[in-house]
Design a protein around this ligand. Structure first.
Ligand code: HEC
Length: 314
C-alpha cells in the first residue's frame, strides 16, 4: 500500500508548481492556509467522517483477509482474498491475475455457456482433496481471459442515480455523435429491483454490495444470503457438499456487529477514493486534443471536480 509517506510529505515531494497546477486542474480548491492533498491510490475519500473512516478500515481488513477452507473457501476458487487480485498500485487496484472463461460457438456462430447456471467462469483452483476441481470441457472453442477492474472511486459510481445513466442512453445514435449504447438493466439481488448495471466488464451488477457478494462466491467459493448456493461447472450438489461441508450461507452476520463480510467489502470500496490524475505532459495534452477532435462525449474529464463529490457519504 502507498501509506509509507505522510500526506504532507507526498505533497512536498511532488514537482512543486507542476503539482500545484495539476491539482488545480483536477478541481481541488486551494483554501488559503490549508493545502488540499490529492488522494493517493488506496486512500479513503476526502471528507469521510470518523465513523465512515472506521468502516473503511474494517472493510480494508476484511478485503485483505486470506480465507481458509474452514471459513468456507472453495471448493472451487480463483483467489483466497479480494486483495489478492486487487492490489496494484495499491489495495483496491488490479493485479496480473487473469481469470478464465470458456464456452462454445456453434456452426451458425451462436455462443452458449456449457451450463447456463454455472455461466462461463471456470475456477482455476480447488481445495484439498481436489475432488471438485473444475475442468474446461474439450469441446470449448471460445476461451477468454478477464483481468480485474480496479475499485478505486467505486462508491462514486455506486452513487450515480439510475436516471442519470438512462439519460445518457442513445441506442440508435440519434444525436449522431458516433457513440451509441444501451443501459444494461439487471436485477439487484439485494432489493429485487431492476437497476442500471454499472460494474464489471459487462455492467453485470448495479451495486458494490452485490458485486462483492458475487465475487465472494465466484472468485472464492464463499456463499452469502445473496448467493446462497455453491456452483461450479460439472460438479453435482452432492459431491459439492462432500468437498465443502460448511453449511451455506457461509458468510453470516457477526453477532456483535450484525455485519457480513460482504457489508465490510462494500464499506471499503464505497469510501475508497478515486485515483488522482497523473502529471499532465505534452503527450497527455495531445491525447486530450484527440479526445476533443473525435468528439468523445459523456466521458468524465479531469476538470470534473470529483474531489468535491460526497454522494457516497450521505
Ligand atoms: C481471482 C481474482 C479476483 C478476486 C479474488 C477478486 N476479484 Fe474482483 N475482479 C476480478 C476480475 C477479473 C474482475 C472483472 C470481472 C468481470 O467483470 O467479469 C473484478 C471486478 C471487480 C469489481 C467491479 C469493479 C468495476 O468498477 O467494475 C468489484 C466491485 C470487485 N471485483 C470486488 C471484489 C471483491 C469485493 C472481492 C472479494 C470478495 C474480489 N473482487 C475478489 C478479479 C478478482
Amino acid at each position: 500500500m502507498s501509506r509509507s509517506l505522510a500526506p504532507a510529505e507526498r505533497w512536498r515531494g511532488g514537482a512543486g508548481w507542476t503539482s500545484a497546477l495539476v491539482v488545480l486542474a483536477l478541481g481541488w480548491v486551494a483554501v488559503p492556509g490549508f493545502a488540499q492533498v490529492p488522494p493517493a491510490p488506496g486512500d479513503a475519500l476526502a471528507g469521510v467522517t470518523p465513523d465512515e473512516f472506521e468502516l473503511f478500515n474494517i472493510g480494508l481488513e476484511d478485503f485483505l483477509e486470506v480465507e481458509e477452507p474452514e471459513e468456507g473457501l472453495g471448493p472451487a476458487y480463483n483467489g483466497t482474498s479480494c486483495g489478492g487480485c486487487h492490489n496494484v498500485p495499491a489495495v483496491g487496484g488490479i493485479s496480473p491475475v487473469a481469470e478464465l472463461r470458456a464456452g462454445m460457438v456453434d456452426a451458425d456462430g451462436t455462443y452458449a455457456d456449457f451450463d447456463a447456471d454455472a455461466g462461463s467462469l471456470f475456477q482455476l483452483f480447488s481445495i484439498p482433496s481436489h475432488g471438485c476441481q473444475v475442468v474446461i470441457p474439450a469441446e470449448a472453442n471460445v476461451i477468454a481471459r478477464r483481468v480485474p477492474i480496479p475499485v478505486f472511486g467505486g462508491g462514486l459510481v455506486d452513487a450515480i442515480p439510475d436516471d442519470t445513466l438512462l439519460a445518457l442512453e442513445d441506442p440508435l445514435d440519434l444525436d449522431r455523435d458516433g457513440v451509441s449504447g444501451r443501459a444494461a438493466i439487471v436485477q439487484d439481488l439485494a432489493t429485487g429491483d431492476l437497476r442500471v448495471g454499472r460494474f464489471g466488464w459487462k455492467a453485470q451488477h448495479a451495486s458494490l454490495l452485490v458485486f462483492g457478494a458475487d465475487a465472494y462466491l465466484n472468485e472464492m467459493g464463499i456463499t452469502s444470503d445473496l448467493f446462497p448456493r455453491e456452483q461450479s461447472f460439472g460438479i453435482d450438489p452432492e459431491l459439492m457438499r462432500l468437498c465443502d461441508p460448511i453449511p451455506d450461507p457461509e458468510d453470516v452476520a457477526e453477532r456483535a456487529t450484525g455485519r457480513r463480510g460482504i457489508d465490510n467489502f462494500e464499506s471499503f470500496m464505497k469510501f475508497l477514493a478515486p485515483v488522482g490524475r497523473g502529471a499532465v505532459d505534452a503527450q497527455v495534452l495531445l491525447g486530450e486534443q484527440t479526445f476533443d477532435a473525435i468528439g468523445v462525449r459523456g466521458v468524465p474529464r479531469a476538470s470534473a471536480p470529483y474531489g468535491a463529490q460526497h454522494e457516497p457519504l450521505v
